[in-house]
Unconditional design. Structure first.
Lengths: 422, 422
């Protein structure tokens, strides 16, 4: 209904050929925001006139591209409120590193996108562009919705549990959670320092790969793979698969069959015990770190915090250092076990969420399918293109070895194109 | 001349027994600051009246303790300026995690201590309490000087190269750089995210260990070891030892002999090639990360930055992602090599700096003796008590295996007490 993503690659080609100018391209984004954001509430603030004027004369590979920034990243020209009344009107002195990277490449930071409170589970006001009665997911709610609705061709978010991949799945766009610390988190509000991962959204996998390459200077742009011959895909079966909606199970099966038809070898993988334990350890690592990261807010502004984040912080404050250290050891063993999986296969195929976006706006969905890979730090790409009955999107994820981000993006792109041909 | 550190343990005992009250203890710190900080310039801002009043009625194990906070840690009640005019008057909305930890334990954040510009090499105005004609070292210049001069019994700083251990050595106080991420860096200005380590200062090793225990709830307080029987100490010989001032060489020899006399077994260790390479990789990791962390400042406020940090950032911006990745691989191998050292010995004994504090204030000293251990993340404790001719302090460092912080503190305390008996 509102879903109409704009391809970054196509827009850059149009800018490059002169079919559209920088100012006209940015105006198109502003007009789309004007037209639909009253209904979708993806943005919590918009760029001031001076910043728009500066973007009109910007140069660099992203000149003319409107970029949405999750409102936990600092911006010097707009408030940064973390989805919390505690930070109402707060204006940092400098841009976050990722924001500065986007600006120096010519992008226009067109506005700040809605986040759940401190990127946790108390929801933002944002609605799903595919059906506003449903959640867009969280915590990067606004960035996923803004890209899905074509308000921007590119946006950034962050993931501590499932906050990039889950909203990308719910909104039917590409989401990319890079290898841990491939994108800097400097100037991003910390929730859990050993989990927080900055990520990106764009219309397609090819678009998000191009975005990542232009931002970082790393060779991430997808190659035009013609088939999956020689590629092995692990169907990663976890103890959490019982939580899957039958429609997500069917989407997973369809993605696997699509890979097989393209020539890939499918390999059944039972989740190793070390990774069962690692998923269980996620909550301890997250809770202990969050209770420290947000200690001042919890101590001095308790009454201004939502019930879900308070419950997480209160539980986290009760975790002893020895329990945290034990969870970190389990995480370290889990990272090695995750690396070992890729001795057998090139990539894993896993569901991006337990099902389509839940109805309502109080619950942003379950991160159970994502949090293990956030803890291990492996790159994950949400591949859009599959649908549930009624038209809500269903995403599947490609996971590769730590540092093999280009491979995750290339294999995700292959799947996305193969699905589109069906 | 101004050097007169106040023991945290002694002050806490006095508070506990009622020999001094909370308000009187804080007043003593304020009066000492009033008396000497005009000459030493350790503080860049002081707590407002409301914060002092709140501290008078604080409870917790650190109630009555004046705590100095390096001015790269956010404070909600005082400006946080990072030693840079770009941040003049900047006031964050929340306390950094470590500051909030200190406050919730009852400490009074009595002021912000001077830092070199962005905790790099352009100096602060601070002078060395042992001789104001000399540098106190950097980048945690003010915290080290404030503890040495007895303005506060406790302070925090940070180390990316040698910014805790070097000023502790130059100022003759205990400095503790914990295992990487034992203390949270949330709300601390990032210079290089895989190196930045929050650390602590106090009068003696026993004091800094007590401080760390009270802040974190971890069992770090030193036990009363009576001798070094059964302990093996590695004399770590690196290719950089040619840089040592003969007085530091003599101090190192004296510390080794002291250990031996206390019953320790001394082991000669030649620096392994993996650690030679790791030290060389430090600059690449630091430069690449700093160029991203401070991209906005460098892009928009170049004219307001000092020559040393600009040179570091400009060089860092020229480092390619592939060069950075290669340096990170070398660092990872170095961490394993560092761990392997402790299969042979319990602790390493190394110089904390190449010599005593240099004369003048333009140069804060060379971090060459420290940066390897910052990169590897091992705990390091500066042990005070040795002196150069003329009375300037010379520190030696105890380094232990990653995570064995309590051992580094206990062994450092043993050495400090043995030196005091000589």
């Amino acid at each position: 209904m509102y879903a109409r993503p704009v391809s970054l690659a196509a827009r850059l080609a149009d800018l490059d050929s002169g079919r559209i100018g920088v100012e006209a391209s940015l105006r198109e984004s502003l007009e789309r925001i004007e037209a639909v954001d009253g209904d979708l509430a993806a943005f919590v603030s918009r760029a001031p006139e001076e910043s728009l004027a500066a973007a009109h004369s910007a140069s660099g590979p992203l000149a003319g591209i409107a970029f949405g920034v999750k409102d936990i990243f600092d911006t010097a020209d707009m408030p940064t409120e973390h989805g919390s009344p505690i930070y109402r009107g707060s204006r940092p002195r400098a841009d976050a590193a990722l924001v500065a990277m986007a600006r120096t490449k010519g992008a226009c930071i067109i506005g700040k996108t809605a986040t759940t409170e401190f990127a946790s589970m108390d929801p933002a006001a944002t609605r799903n562009p595919h059906d506003p009665a449903h959640t867009p997911g969280g915590s990067s709610s606004g960035s996923a919705a803004a890209v899905a609705a074509g308000m921007v061709p590119a946006a950034c978010g962050s993931q501590t549990g499932g906050s990039v991949i889950r909203p990308a799945s719910f909104c039917g766009v590409a989401g990319y959670k890079p290898s841990f610390r491939l994108l800097p988190t400097v100037g991003m509000k910390t929730f859990a320092w050993s989990l927080d991962t900055a990520g990106l959204f764009a219309a397609s996998v090819a678009d998000v790969a191009l975005l990542a390459e232009l931002l970082t200077g790393r060779p991430l742009k997808v190659p035009p793979l013609s088939g999956a011959g020689g590629i092995s895909i692990g169907l990663y079966r976890s103890g959490k698969d019982g939580d899957l909606d039958p429609q997500m199970q069917a989407a997973w099966d369809q993605a696997a069959a699509t890979f097989e038809a393209a020539g890939a070898r499918l390999v059944e993988i039972e989740e190793p015990a070390a990774l069962v334990a690692a998923r269980e350890a996620h909550g301890t690592v997250q809770g202990f770190e969050a209770a420290h990261a947000l200690l001042d807010e919890r101590s001095r502004h308790r009454g201004a915090m939502g019930p879900k984040i308070l419950a997480t912080l209160d539980a986290g404050a009760a975790i002893l250092p020895a329990e945290y250290d034990a969870a970190r050891r389990i995480a370290r063993i889990g990272r090695k076990a995750a690396t070992a999986l890729f001795e057998e296969v090139d990539a894993l195929l896993v569901p991006s969420a337990v099902g389509p976006a839940p109805k309502g706006h109080a619950f942003t969905g379950d991160p159970v399918m994502n949090k293990l890979w956030t803890l291990t730090g492996n790159p994950v790409v949400n591949v859009p293109g599959l649908l549930a009955q009624g038209g809500l999107p269903l995403g599947v994820s490609i996971v590769t070895r730590f540092g093999r981000d280009a491979e995750a993006l290339a294999i995700g792109d292959l799947l996305e194109r193969a699905l589109a041909r069906q």
